[in-house]
Design a protein around this ligand. Structure first.
Ligand code: ZN
Length: 228
């Protein structure tokens, strides 16, 4: 059963079920829910549109447009779907809040992770030093050649850093590292952050990759729930 998922080690000792699924995971809510030990009726996935919208889930599970989801409800499995974009899971054990973020370049350029963290602190009174963050498998810098509009947008939202490289006339970006920098700037301690080293595009047998498949592909599930 464990072959289908990667469980972030920084969340394994806590009262939370968190995982990044590989492409072997069936596209089935019942199976997803079983990995978290909850019922299939308590699964929420937003309608992702590369926005900066952070949705707070209380009791209404009707899908809305959002690229980040935050909830304090125990027993509710929330998540995002990706194929190269950066999946991020968030957990504050003290304030009992979880979050899931879909950080593609457009959302990263709108600081979606920073905005999700701001919901933790503003709405749920989290202290940034208590928030655990896990970054799942995503496209690596080598595989991710991008246009100047991507660099400009992400740097504007993130600040300068070594996540950008220029190779000849081509730009490359490490989107996972850019989002990690957004978290550090927000005040999350480096020791609270775990980052998968795996690239979706370098490992197409294990993950779905939009770029490797040149468009048509499945999606990877990244899910988190507080245990009841
Ligand atoms: Zn790669």
């Amino acid at each position: 059963m464990h072959d289908f998922v990667i469980r972030p080690p920084n969340m394994s000792e806590h009262k939370v079920a968190a995982f990044f699924a590989t492409r072997q995971m069936p596209d089935d809510r019942k199976v997803l829910a079983s990995y978290a030990g909850i019922g299939p009726q308590s699964v929420y996935l937003p309608i992702q549109k590369h926005t900066d919208i952070v949705q707070i889930i209380e009791s209404d599970l009707t899908p809305h447009i959002a690229d980040a989801v935050v909830t304090h409800r125990a027993g509710l499995l929330i998540g995002v779907k990706t194929a190269d974009c950066v999946p991020v899971l968030l957990y504050d054990e003290k304030r009992r809040v979880v979050g899931a973020v879909h950080a593609g370049w457009r959302s990263s350029a709108q600081a979606i992770l920073t905005k999700a963290l701001a919901v933790f602190t503003d709405r749920f009174y989290s202290n940034p030093v208590d928030i655990l963050i896990a970054f799942g498998p995503a496209i690596c810098s080598d595989c991710y050649e991008v246009g100047s509009e991507v660099i400009e947008g992400v740097v504007k939202a993130t600040g300068p850093g070594d996540y950008v490289s220029k190779r000849g006339s081509k730009y490359h970006i490490d989107l996972r590292a850019a989002n990690r920098l957004q978290a550090l700037v927000f005040g999350i301690p480096a020791a609270k952050i775990w980052m998968s080293a795996e690239c979706t595009c370098c490992r197409p047998e294990k993950y779905y990759s939009y770029r490797y498949a040149k468009g048509t592909t499945g999606r990877l599930y990244s899910m988190i729930a507080q245990k009841q």
